[in-house]
Design a protein around this ligand. Structure first.
Ligand code: GAL
Ligand code: ZN
Length: 658
């Protein structure tokens, strides 16, 4: 019988023996089956260079194994010990302002420093040697949330090497970086620096390449550890927990090809209903990375907070039942389990009030009781682990495009590719249409419809892949700024959106960015926000026009039949509902509907399939009860469902369908 993974980060090194003994008992009661251990334990494992103290970890792993709990054993390399930085000051990170950081927190390392890379490999190898064959070892969790850039001399040298490999010679680099602007021509590789603090606007192409370099540099640090671990323990999957956000200098779509399992951490920023929408986006993104990276759609929610959402300036305690429902929602979208940060709330340290399955109050608490209940629920739906989500719609989210749109000097400071991708996904989510969020424009045949929400950077190869996919019957919806720049961030001239002009059948002459309170009225009665532009038809037909203002009567939304498919263009940002209407209509014409008809808004319905079997997950995120059409057996409640299932306020059902 397959099982869903359940548990989270476990830090027994913070606690005395009797607490750890209680942990084992409490984990068993909650049916925890996976504990992530050792993530920040480097200084305890190697208190002095080359002196290892594994005894305590032996005890932890033995106890876990003795209680039938597996370990995702971490390499602790995200948090070097204090001695490390003192012995190797050149391996401490330097900010863009030239400040060398000190130890005292975590992530105080430079991925380009040989001393760091060697020390990281040594501790990884020591752990692998010690615990190969240990019955608790189920998975390697390398590092933690790779995301730290460095601007030091060592990074500069590595950056130059990376640039040589990417651009070949300086002429090509100067061309790609448009260094003729502001007289920044490079005549020697040694002149090139990371984008350190400078006088005025930095060169956006340099910043973009530095992000890509950082992603590759961190990836090399990851794969070096992975290879050591794989060699020592073939068959034990190796992964690392991806952290999401536009600020992260990591191209996860590329990384997904190098992990055995895509694992993400997810901390929504909206305490309201938006958290469920954010979580669905993150899940569908993880699944998209997995499907196109590892080649399998399964992914793992490696960290999420049990009982808080941190928003604005405070922690919001989750409502009763929400933790479990959000956990089930992740499983609904293909997660292989539900892991939390963290098992037990710490007494001190940097995150002392971060929520946990065992809170400061102890096990006599709502959260722990809910954790026990969730453990039972996950056991009841263990069979769903076999199933995979099937999505015929994709939303493209391209991390380099997100980085490029963060550059200063663009037509609006409010452009955000991640926001636009979430916006499109939210519009689909609210209509119950299941979508993969994909980070590469390859293997598109699986999809009947693709949304490009402000996919700013586009190579010729990507544009060609889209063109042939549309010609073969695909339904594309591109929104403003998609395809405007090439992969170096240079504008494609002759009319926007350069790379997609022919496919979309439009030529955009100029932009009219909107202010926060501006609205662009449309002929449908809807209004656009954020952005508008002068669109000329060049093969496409206008479906919606601007109404009033300087753009009065000009096309706002267009449709272009190409081969067997259709390419739509939306030149402004529609509200989520209006965008949903457009995307819903395009989906319908592509033969795709909601996962389940007749589901009220705020009730999530998603299926996992295995062969001809299916499990329907229904999650009521609303404040009222709902009757939803379904038939089969509700695995959570044990009832036979014949036609309609009643979902209580905040309730869930997982129906094994007939
Ligand atoms: C994650 C991180 C954890 C913990 C958590 C707190 O990003 O991996 O170690 O800091 O955030 O929310
Ligand atoms: Zn450095």
């Amino acid at each position: 019988m397959p099982r869903l993974l359940y548990g989270g980060d476990y830090n027994p090194e913070q606690w005395p023996e009797q607490v750890c003994a209680e942990d084992a008992e409490l984990m068993r009661r909650a049916r925890v089956n996976l504990a992530t251990v050792g993530v920040f334990a480097w200084s305890k494992l190697e208190p002095a260079p080359g002196r290892y103290e594994f005894g305590w970890l032996d005890g932890v792993l033995d106890r876990l194994a003795g209680n039938g709990i597996s370990a995702a054993l971490a390499t602790p390399t995200a948090s070097p010990p204090p001695w490390f930085g003192l012995a190797h000051p050149e391996a401490l990170p330097v900010t863009a302002d030239g400040v060398r950081l000190s130890h005292g927190s975590r992530d105080t390392y430079c991925a380009s420093a040989p001393a760091y890379r060697e020390a990281a490999l040594r501790i990884a190898a020591a752990l692998a040697g010690r615990y190969r064959g240990h019955p608790a070892l189920a998975m390697w969790h390398v590092h933690n949330e790779y995301s730290s850039a460095c601007h030091c001399e060592l990074a500069a040298e590595a950056f130059r090497g990376w640039l040589r490999a990417r651009h070949g010679d300086l002429d090509r680099l100067n061309e790609a970086w448009s260094t003729a602007v502001w007289g920044q021509l490079y005549t020697d590789w040694a002149q090139i620096l990371p984008p350190r603090a400078t006088r005025y606007l930095p060169n956006p192409a340099q910043v973009l390449d530095f992000r890509r370099f950082t992603s590759d540099e961190l990836l090399a640090a990851y794969t070096a550890q992975r290879d050591v671990l794989r060699a020592a323990t073939p068959g034990v999957p190796v992964t690392t927990n991806f952290v999401l956000g536009g600020w992260v200098p990591v191209d996860h779509a590329r990384w997904a090809r190098e992990v055995d399992l895509v694992a993400i951490d997810h901390y929504p920023a909206d305490p309201g209903a938006g958290a469920e929408e954010e979580a669905a986006f993150a899940a569908d993104l993880a699944r998209g990375w997995a499907r196109h990276g590892t080649g399998r759609p399964g992914w793992l929610l490696m960290e999420t907070a049990p009982n808080l959402i941190y928003a604005a300036d405070r922690m919001h305690t989750k409502e009763p039942g929400r933790m479990a429902r959000q956990g089930l929602a992740a499983v609904a979208r293909g997660s292989l389990g539900v892991l939390f940060f963290q098992w037990r709330a710490p007494r001190g340290g940097a995150e002392l009030f971060h929520s946990a399955l065992v809170p400061h109050a102890g096990p006599d608490s709502r959260v722990y009781r809910e954790a026990v209940a969730l453990g039972e629920q996950l056991d009841r739906i263990a069979g769903t682990a076999e199933g995979a989500v099937r999505a015929r719609v994709a939303v493209a989210y391209d991390e380099p495009s997100a980085w490029a749109l963060q550059a200063p000097g663009l037509p609006s400071r409010r452009l955000d590719h991640l926001d636009e991708a979430r916006h499109a996904h939210r519009a689909l989510w609210r209509r119950g249409i299941v979508a993969d969020v994909i980070g590469t424009l390859g293997a598109l045949d699986a999809y009947a419809m693709i949304v490009l929400p402000g996919h700013y950077l586009m190579s010729d190869a990507q544009a060609e892949a889209l063109r042939s996919w549309v010609a073969a019957g695909g339904h594309l919806v591109a929104t403003f700024l998609s395809g405007v720049a090439d992969e170096h961030g240079r504008v494609r001239t002759g009319g926007y959106p350069g790379a997609l002009r022919d496919l979309l059948g439009v030529r955009v002459e100029e932009f009219h960015p909107l202010g926060p309170d501006d609205r662009a009225a449309l002929t449908t009665g809807a209004a656009g926000e954020l952005w508008s532009e002068t669109v000329h038809l060049a093969g496409a037909e206008a479906v919606v026009c601007y109404a009033g203002g300087v753009l009065d009567g000009r096309p706002a939304v267009t449709r272009h039949a190409v081969g067997d498919g259709v390419a739509w263009y939306c030149s402004t940002r529609l509200s989520a509902d209006d965008h949903g209407r457009l995307l819903g209509a395009v989906a319908a014409s592509a033969g795709v509907g909601p996962e389940l008809e007749g589901v009220p808004r705020g009730v999530e319905a998603v299926r996992r399939h295995a062969g001809d079997r299916s499990w329907l997950f229904l999650l009521n995120h609303t404040g009222t009860g709902h009757d939803v059409p379904a038939a089969g057996i509700d695995l959570l409640g044990g009832d036979v469902v014949a036609g309609v299932v009643r979902l209580a306020v905040g309730g869930a059902a997982v129906i094994r369908e007939r």
